[in-house]
Design a protein around this ligand. Sequence first.
Ligand SMILES: Nc1nc2c(c(=O)[nH]1)N[C@H]1C(S)=C(S)[C@@H](COP(=O)(O)O)O[C@H]1N2
Ligand SMILES: [Mo]
Length: 252
Amino acid sequence: MKEKYLINRRRAIITGLTSLGGLLLSGCFKKTLPPTYGSLLRAGDNLTYLAQRGLLSQRALAVEYQKSDICSFPATGNTNPANPAIKASYNKIYQELQANNFKDWTLSVEGSVAKPGKYSLEDLKKLGQRTQITRHTCEEGWSAIAEWTGVPLSLLLQSAGILPEARFVSFYAYDNYSESIDMPDALHPQTILAYSMNGGDLPTQHGAPVRLRVETQIGYKSVKYLQRIVVTDKFIDPNGDGAAGWSWYTGI
Ligand SMILES: Nc1nc2c(c(=O)[nH]1)N[C@H]1C(S)=C(S)[C@@H](COP(=O)(O)O)O[C@H]1N2
Ligand SMILES: [Mo]
């Protein structure tokens, strides 16, 4: 019984690998390949991408925790784009929005959507919400658990009328930070635009008023201080070709 299970399992894995090879050879995976493979340094990226997208369920959920697991959460990277003393992240428009408690804040949705437009915090809240307690893992080697509430990105994209050719989504922040993700991650049920952390408003240092949470990726994909999202039919790495030295795809 056990042996039969093992053999079936092995066969399943081998079949999986073979069909992945087939996809690679026939080139039908091409459309979803992030075209960073010109750079040798990024070859590993593509292997991870193909392995995860080819072998794993794209709907698999990241682990969710209990309230008792919530722990202290460091703020890293830029922590207040309204502070003129921090020149690299300072943004005058953000400073004005913050001074007015983000009442005039809107998120611009652009690109491959039928109805591009601007969404206020109220507009986003009307679309629906999801709360999740998840672990954030930073590339610098720390992780922490918090509760996040926000609107699933899939609902926003649906509301904006996502076009069939849409394949990637880029996120631009007020501190000049930017990132992009592919459509399976964008439509993942735990990918949310969070306006609340641990039951309160999203604190400044964690990305007020709205940040992205991509629970299937390393922490740097979870863009804080959202300003604009752009749906694209082509691959775009808004950071340039790995300028930050981080892989484009870091599925966890
Ligand atoms: N706009 C913006 N988003 C960002 C960053 C940043 O500097 N600016 N840092 C990233 C990194 S590397 C991490 S680990 C997390 C940190 O989020 P936290 O400050 O809430 O811990 O945000 C990510 N998103
Ligand atoms: Mo990070």
